[in-house]
Design a protein around this ligand. Sequence first.
Ligand code: GDP
Length: 295
Amino acid sequence: MFQNLQDKLDRAFKVLKGQGSITEINVAETMKEIRKALLDADVNYKTAKSFTDDVKQKALGENVLTSISPGQLLTKIMNDELTSLMGGTVTELEISKNPTVILIAGLNGAGKTTFSGKLANYLRENKGKKPLLVAGDVYRPAAIDQLQVLGGQVNVPVYVNRESTDPIAIAKEGVEEAKRNGNNVVIIDTAGRLAIDEALMTEIKAVKEATQPHEILFVVDAMTGQDAVNTAKAFNDRLDFTGVVLTKLDGDTRGGAALSIKSVVNKPIKFIGTGEKMEALDVFHPDRMASRILG
Ligand code: GDP
């Protein structure tokens, strides 16, 4: 994960590591390299600029107060700033209501159905919940089959209505079914599209109105870099979601989405997907991710 970014940051740090002290000149030079590394990792331009401006200011400000080496000081500042860029602390799911309704949104192929299964598994295994999955992707019968298979794998029931092509009605039926059967979490998988279009946005907004979810999780493929951030912005403008799920972080992703999303849409990343298996899900820890990026 993020190997390329790690290598480039490492190289940027070398400029300072050999120096006895931090000066305007060597910090400016290092920040130029760091900004380049971030842009190469597909971090949003504004985010990269304000990030390096902040790090520079802190480095020059703290320099006089400390006796640690420039390299160590910069590592510490970078670690703190990367952590805060990605949201600072863990943002827990709001799952106290009975039933808690969680709506899953995103484009086709982002990993919504896979994540729905993983989330059901996580809530059952780690949080002692009794979830119900709802198959709301009515346009792709294969998606309904896929959710049923995943539900079977993780031992969670799946509400399906193959007679209906109305995602709003199905979502509402799913919530009713949960109330009848004592399921305390309802996870509604929804239809995606290949790209953002009005019909998709109108439909998912209507599902939101009809089910009043406590959480709306926007699922996005981390491999898509800046596109992930743009898509997140478009969905958030219409849906006002509560959190982001970054998938496919096990792949050769450059890191731009993880680093930019929070500062662009101001919503926390709540989970990361790290594989196709049902167990390949992690709660997102900004501090752990920062340490990982710094190697
Ligand atoms: P949907 O169209 O948004 O419902 O996407 P799917 O859940 O069908 O996922 C699309 C593809 O991505 C499938 O082949 C999944 O197995 C794969 N996938 C989903 N999440 C991950 C992940 O975290 N890592 C990897 N490597 N593959 C994933």
